[in-house]
Design a protein around this ligand. Structure first.
Ligand code: SAM
Length: 233
């Protein structure tokens, strides 16, 4: 049985193996239940109790891909409140839910009823997820549903994704909190080279935020990048 250890300095993220053969894991908040067909792994804690982990597939999660591409931080940790824009059916949200634990909270927002229905099923087991059906481009419309958060994570394929992200960070990100924006180049402009699109997004973000890290996500997610930002002080 390979050893399960913490993944680098990321508390709440675990792994087996190393380098390209790393399998990312999170501790399953709801033992015995899986969310997207992921494999389960087991270990024992210091008292000899069985601990269950879920595999985190970086080819199905831009946050997982960012970890594999050695992003310096994801900012999400135990007890945090996270606003997750573009939750879809909850693949990545479920791992964020594992990391923040039962005293943290993930506001999981999407505007598509079909995917949000599946998200609601996931949230039935995971009581630290609050699904919200809303348009991330209209952040005022959900002000009554959420509080300030430690992290804003956004993964929505929209042409004006940088603008939507900045609006949400300005309204909901705590002083000192971090924002993570996953960018799909082809959603912004299908005719341009991804690197040109990423440069354009960087310039937009830099007007309002301080960029602390940036990673391109290939080969896990082709033509995608992730920006890590803080509010300007
Ligand atoms: C690539 S998927 C997200 C996958 C998810 N982050 C994961 O890793 O499991 C993008 C999602 O963004 C949602 N979306 C796109 N535009 C949106 C908007 N303006 N407001 C809310 N959700 C939006 C789509 O419905 C879709 O479910």
């Amino acid at each position: 049985m390979p050893e399960i250890k913490q993944f680098k300095h990321f508390k709440g993220v675990y792994c087996i193996g190393s380098g390209n053969r790393t399998t990312l894991l999170t501790k399953n908040l709801v033992p015995g239940k899986i969310v997207y067909g992921e494999s389960l792994f087991y270990d024992k804690d210091a008292e000899g109790n069985k601990v269950e982990y879920r595999e985190w597939d970086p080819e199905r999660s831009k946050l997982g891909a960012a970890l594999m591409r050695e992003v310096s931080q994801i900012s999400i940790k135990e007890n945090d409140y996270v606003l997750y824009l573009g939750c879809s059916t909850g693949t990545t949200v479920s791992h964020v839910s594992d990391i923040v634990g039962k005293n943290g909270l993930v506001y999981a927002l999407d505007f598509a009823p079909r995917v949000l229905r599946d998200m609601v099923f996931v949230a039935e087991d995971r009581t630290n997820i609050a699904p919200i059906m809303a348009d991330a481009n209209k952040p005022d419309t959900y002000a009554h549903l959420i509080s300030e958060v430690d992290t804003v994570f956004m993964d929505i394929a929209q042409k004006n994704q940088a603008e939507i992200f900045i609006k949400n960070c300005q309204l909901y990100l705590k002083e000192g909190g971090f924002g993570l924006l996953a960018v799909k180049a082809r959603s912004v402009d299908v005719t341009r080279y991804p690197k040109d699109v990423f440069r354009q997004i960087r310039a937009l973000l830099e007007k309002e935020m301080t960029i602390t890290d940036y990673r391109e996500l290939d080969p896990y997610e082709m033509d995608h990048a992730i920006f890590v930002v803080k509010k300007k002080i």
